[in-house]
Ligand binder design. Sequence first.
Ligand code: AMP
Length: 527
Amino acid sequence: MLSLLRDSIRLNVRNGTKYINPLPITHYPMKQLTLISRAALHGNRTAIISREGEFTYRQLLERSAKAAACLLEGKDELQEARVAFLVPSGFDYVATQWGVWRAGGIAVPLCVSHPPPELAYVIDDAQATIIVCHPKFASKLQPIAKTRGVRFISTKHLYDATETVLPQVDPQRRAMMIYTSGTTGKPKGVVITHNNIEAQVMSLISAWEWTSEDHILLMLPLHHIHGIINVLTCALWAGAICQMRHKFDAYEVWDRFIADNLTLFMAVPTIYVKLIATWKAASPNQRKVMSDACSKLRMMVSGSAALPVSVLEKWKKISGHILLERYGMTEIGMGLSNPFHGKRVPGHVGTPLPGVEARLVDEEGNVTSGDEPGEIQIKGPGVFLEYWQRVDATQNAFCDGWFCTGDMAVIENGTYRIFGRKSTDIIKTGGYKVSGLEIKEVLHTHSAIEECAVVGVKDSIWGECVAVALVLAPGTELTLEQLRNWGKQRLAIYKVPSKMITVKELPRNAMGKVIKPEVVKLMSATD
Ligand code: AMP
């Protein structure tokens, strides 16, 4: 399949649509990771623009080689050691990530906004033996490294080592672990190989016609597939420019649209909602400048959560762009997409991307024609290898070699429309997928909380927000503000409930299980 994708890219070159590869892919050295050998071909072109400055592909190769030498510490290779790293979005992030890959390790990106208990969970679960950390996060991670005897490297010293011969890394090996919430509570490490990354990237480069002339703005978090694969790795694979910002700021995005020559933009629906609000708050003159700036871009993409049709329409009026909505998941990369050329159907997520096979399956396990809702199942070279050290969870996630996504969809006029998730335990808020079970576990450690049920409720800005129904311990009181202040010390901010009700008892079925839809109704009744 990969060779097919390669052929299609070469075809684009032959048809003269745009320059993609200076050399046919088959000419790249076989033993070097493709991402790295491709970078060598783009030498003096700009790879990254970030707060640290502007960097070429050559500089990225030099620094990542030094980072690899530092990680290796004289060893031949890391042999899939897990290297957890907490580095803000920017050049050092990429030099670290590439350094881990070039040294033969598994990159475990940590989330910059996570509090220490969540970081410690990932470090322990991944059994990380090295932590790379930007000085600004040292106070969070140094104590964790110390108590566990894990090697701690500050990015200040990442490039101190002298370059050494780097190992040849087999592309079938594990490359990265991204932590994602599942139905079983705590996040699981989704392991993807170098081959998985290549397949995911080649699919998007082919479908969305990435070229080395592209310039993308990246302000998505870099512990999630959207930012890491769809934006950063696709850009660097294509020889394009990736402009990296620490975090999303609507004004900053508009400034970049206006001042820079961006060609691509990718974001979650919530970001488009915020960009629309900023545009609305501007003066008529400013609005015109903002709208005109959008015409420089060749494509704008939305994904990671359902894009409301109303948002698509508002954005079209403002920017002239019909957002390209796609569907994907940490475990599969991107699966379905509206077309780059051709009709994009609002409210739909399109058809399988190159290299991806998709089918819908009913409750009895029969493949359906798509008229009735069925579970989306996915097969292809981009599908992940395993959940880290969770053999059962990995096995249960597959059916006859197909990955069971847990998302329901129908096919209308040949394109997929997402129905929702099979499990009510996953809440999708602002593009983040969070586990209600995990939040519940933490809330249960609060002395005033006797029982609780965590649900996602519809929210016009965040898609869904985390809501909680509480049964309080007798004689205690708790306000939402108090709960949030307490929660922020223990949970990532987007997991902290933003809606709360107190009830005498939770609605339960005969088996004693909480009836989640009833809880959602109770929450809505108090709005
Ligand atoms: P994550 O693994 O965090 O990327 O989350 C993947 C989940 O996000 C999928 O299983 C879907 O439930 C949801 N998702 C991603 N893209 C879309 C979309 N375009 N429309 C609706 N849900 C989506």
